[in-house]
Design a protein around this ligand. Structure first.
Ligand SMILES: Cc1cc2nc3c(=O)[nH]c(=O)nc-3n(C[C@H](O)[C@H](O)[C@H](O)COP(=O)(O)OP(=O)(O)OC[C@H]3O[C@@H](n4cnc5c(N)ncnc54)[C@H](O)[C@@H]3O)c2cc1C
Length: 415
């Protein structure tokens, strides 16, 4: 390999967390390398041009909690336009299949559910969020569908203490050119080794010996930012083993959310930034953003076990499901007007193995366990380590910066 093989700090993974760590160390005087298995930076942040003029964020798209989101300032510095149009998630364009009165009833049931779960979390005792569904409430399947979008998982495997710890300020913006494109620009100055998959971190000697698909790297310290499912599956191993980290990662699995992008013929027939829920009384359904930024397309979102089934069904299944649901609401004409452009398959992505982390009931405390440094040499970042902004891109970035700070503190303690 052409890499120099000795570094002060090796950062494993060039997603938001790895890039955040690398940028925070850039003037530290330390020699740093970011080891990334893919041939690109950004990880679960990835913008593609799905068709001329159609930017598609295959992973993260929304600057959640935008008033506290560190990528907002970065977007300003890098001249990326921010779109502050309110998300249409609670709307249903044309009232299609979901009249306003029903919608208000559903939203009241959803808000009541969150209130009950928040109240229960105050006790400090953990349990499954599904316990706070009102027995027999007709909206329960749909409240569960919302969980599949937010958590990537149904409520029975979501911890209420974790749900309660998440800081949602209710302000959600977007990056016009794409969140993944912003991340790539942010990461451009970082010292990178792409196509370099780390398989083992041997921390038995005085220096870390990091085995990669491109050879062995020696480093004084490492910041590990890979998704929890890879640590849980031991796709990246530690020697000596770190069972506490593997256990923590298993308590914080990645749920699944997948997106599909459909080109739309005669776009003017649909509202700009409109919304459709594919159905009402069930969990297995998509959610559709009509003409995002006014583009001639519809972006579909599927989550949880329904998304998993559609991924497993193979290429085209997600798009076919999306078109079926839209046609059922707007008319069979839409079968002719819609054309699949691209779709994600995050569960089948070997370097993600899912979309974003949620804590299993009883495991909310695992985020802090995963984040804790080992021996002042191994540091951990990534969205799953964020105490309040887990599952997000800015939470991941901030966690990288936090781990970089820990590296610097450990270094000064050694002198
Ligand atoms: C469909 C979808 C929609 C989303 N929507 C939003 C949203 O709207 N807003 C939001 O804020 N967040 C959203 N997210 C979540 C957000 O994308 C992630 O939380 C964030 O990007 C995670 O960053 P990370 O650095 O922790 O992990 P990653 O981005 O996964 O980065 C880890 C990196 O490690 C690399 N890697 C893995 N294994 C190895 C190895 N063995 N050796 C070397 N490198 C390795 C990976 O290739 C990857 O580049 C979404 C995610 C998905 C999938």
């Amino acid at each position: 390999m052409s890499l120099p093989s000795e570094f002060d700090v090796a950062i494993i993974g060039a997603g938001a967390a790895g890039l955040g760590a690398a940028r925070a160390l850039e003037n530290s005087g330390l020699s740093v390398i970011v080891l990334e298995a893919r041939d690109r930076v950004g990880g679960r942040g990835h913008t593609i041009t799905a068709a001329p003029g159609i930017a598609f964020d295959v992973g993260c798209g929304w600057l959640h909690s935008a008033d506290k989101n560190s990528f907002v300032k970065i977007a300003g510095q890098l001249n990326f336009e921010i779109d502050k149009t309110r998300p249409p998630w609670r709307e249903q364009s044309f009232d299609a299949g979901f009249p306003l009165k029903e919608r208000l009833d559903f939203i009241a049931a959803l808000d009541d559910f969150y209130e009950r779960a928040d109240e229960a979390a105050k006790s400090g005792r953990d349990s499954a969020a599904s316990s706070y569904l009102e027995p027999g409430n007709r909206w329960n399947p749909m409240i569960d569908a919302i969980s599949t979008y937010i958590n990537g998982s149904e409520l029975d495997s979501v911890s209420i203490l974790d749900m309660d710890a998440y800081e949602d300020t209710g302000i959600n913006w977007r990056v016009r050119r794409g969140y993944g494109a912003l991340m790539a620009a942010y990461g451009a100055p970082c010292p990178l080794a792409l196509n370099t998959q780390v398989t083992l971190i041997d921390h038995s000697g005085t220096r870390l010996r990091i085995e990669t698909s491109q050879g062995t790297v020696s480093a004084g310290k490492a910041i590990v930012t890979v998704p929890t499912n890879l640590i849980a599956d031991e796709a990246i191993r530690f020697s000596p083993a770190l069972p506490a980290k593997v256990d923590a990662a298993r308590g914080l699995p990645l749920g699944l959310a997948d997106k599909v992008m459909l080109a739309l013929d005669q776009p003017e027939t649909l509202p700009k930034d409109g919304n459709l829920r594919g159905a009402t009384m069930r969990t297995a359904m998509g959610s559709f953003h009509l003409r995002p930024f006014g583009q001639a397309c519809i972006e579909g979102y599927f989550g949880g076990s329904f998304a998993r089934g559609l991924e497993d069904a193979g290429d085209g299944a997600l798009a076919a499901q999306a078109i079926d649901e839209i046609a059922a609401l707007l008319g069979n004409d839409y079968r002719r007007k819609l054309k699949p452009l691209a779709q994600s398959r995050w569960a089948h992505d070997p370097f993600a193995r899912g979309s974003y982390s949620h804590a299993l009931p009883g495991h909310a405390g695992m985020r802090a366990v995963l984040a804790a440094p080992v021996d002042g040499r191994l540091f951990f970042a990534g969205e799953a380590t964020s105490p309040n902004f887990f599952s997000t891109a800015h939470g991941a970035r901030d966690s990288g910066e936090r781990a970089a700070g820990e590296v610097l503190i450990a270094k000064s303690a050694q002198h």
